[in-house]
Design a protein around this ligand. Sequence first.
Ligand code: IMP
Ligand code: MG
Length: 181
Amino acid sequence: MRDRVSVLFTEEQIARRVAELGEEITRSFEGREICVLGLMKGGLVFMSDLIRRIPLDLTVHLVRVTSQREQAAGRILTEIVYSTSVPLEGKDVLLVDDIVDTGITLSYLLAHIHEHGPASLRVCALVDKPEARKIDVHPDWTAFPVHEPMADRFLVGYGLDWMERFRGLPFIGTIPRPAPR
Ligand code: IMP
Ligand code: MG
């Protein structure tokens, strides 16, 4: 299966971007402790590289969200299915997201986190597909904005999956966009 994947961003490109983002984030949070909240599972690889590029005091937490498309009603149900227990109140939270596509997952998660009263809330995304947006949300930092026609391909690797596969690829690649189920 791996031979069907075309490379979009190499390991070297990713390492360079992660280092740049680490510097920007470090400058922005200087003197404060960051509460890093990683979005599972897609954001895990990115988060683990990124936190090693942020030489500040930080704590690490995880959250998992699933979305189910209710075909008949045309609705998308989003819910938090797992979260490490983390008191977010008064914390400077950095949410590390994998892909912002329609924005539905991210906007849901932001609303949920806001309810817990963090002092601040910023978002760092690995990939942003701004043309696919249905809800107007914007990450504060993005490693790789992906525009047409690449936004039309399905991204895998470096934590990103298709049907749980390809997460272990060290680069970000694409496969032909699978037909909607
Ligand atoms: P959204 O709620 O439509 O913004 O979807 C975001 C989620 O969809 C991400 O967290 C990914 O899990 C998934 N996703 C969207 N596009 C891709 C892709 O190209 N490859 C892998 N996962 C994707
Ligand atoms: Mg996924």
